[in-house]
Ligand binder design. Sequence first.
Ligand SMILES: *Cc1c(COP(=O)(O)O)cnc(C)c1O
Length: 387
Amino acid sequence: MRDENQQLHFDTRAIHAGQAPEPRTGAISVPIFQTSTYVQRGPGEHTGYEYSRTQNPTREALEQCLASLEGGTHGIVYSSGMAAISTVMTLLKSGDHVICSDDVYGGTYRVFETVFRRYGLEYTYVNTSDLEEIAAAAGPATKMLWVESPTNPLLKITDLAAAAELCRSRQWVFVVDNTFASPYFQQPLALGADVALHSMTKYIGGHADAVGGCVVTANEQIAERLRFTQNAAGACLGPFDCWVFLRGLKTLGLRMRQHEANAQKVAVFLEQHPRVRRVIYPGLPSHPHHQLANRQMTGFGGIVSFYLAGDVEAARRVCQATRLFQCAESLGGVESLIEHPGIMTHASIPEIIRREKGLTDDLIRLSVGIEDAEDLIDDLDTALRSA
Ligand SMILES: *Cc1c(COP(=O)(O)O)cnc(C)c1O
């Protein structure tokens, strides 16, 4: 069944993988099995379903679909991206060392530093775009490499195949947070990663209406341990939210193509705008990792960052002046969003470090939605001129 699905194209698998019609009624939409327990014929004589933390048919459908789309054999879904990240950390034990991208999602940095450090895990943050920096950070206790590519909000790219080779030679677990690219534009497992991870809250859900996370792997040992820990520790996703994400997945390809087409147009427009100092988008030839992104991704995604020719007040005014781009955190939904990383998503990073990294006060991040590109460009143009 899964092998058969693997030969079909992405858009077909998004709609059919794990989603056969329900056998009793023929319902074409996977039913929401909103139940905590399952009646047994006699003690121990169950149908394969005992309790919904352990097994739930709606969740299984979503997990099978995700496994197919990421090219893995196991998908496991969690109550949030952070719950997925936290459960992956339980693959390690006290004393183990993790090398991590220095530009990771703020919540990832926070849980590593304030929660898992207390249990004896060690973290070193390096620019993973530079393989030599990764190698230089390695020690005898290193057990895992954690990479985000593209990163948030500077959209730096790591050579995933090269990093995977390094991990293989050192027997490190290689985890890629694939949230920004989505499985449609990037397949970390095919490039050699052991684990691909998502905040499904972003592109997979795609409608800014649910919080969830997932892990996909083709490594049986890792899958078994994560599955065991999910049930033991309990960070599972409810049936209704599983259904919401299944619905989101059906249009993932369609949406990503539109996100990218719009983002490309917005990036080109901003690059020639007199009020803009510099645009960061992996699809632009001016991006420092454009060639690498072109090689390892099938598209450049929907996030565009840019530096304004102006100060923090001008940046604040631009974020307030757009009418279609709503000023909000998060990303990946059909609606376009604008945000100021220094004041909003990345405010917890000390200012001095922010400046060093390039997260200056004139930086603005866009999550380009799937509205009409011309309207989006007009909106930005008006806001830039008025600010
Ligand atoms: C949002 C996000 C997360 C955290 O996911 P939640 O669903 O908010 O818990 C992790 N990684 C990246 C790259 C994200 O953008």
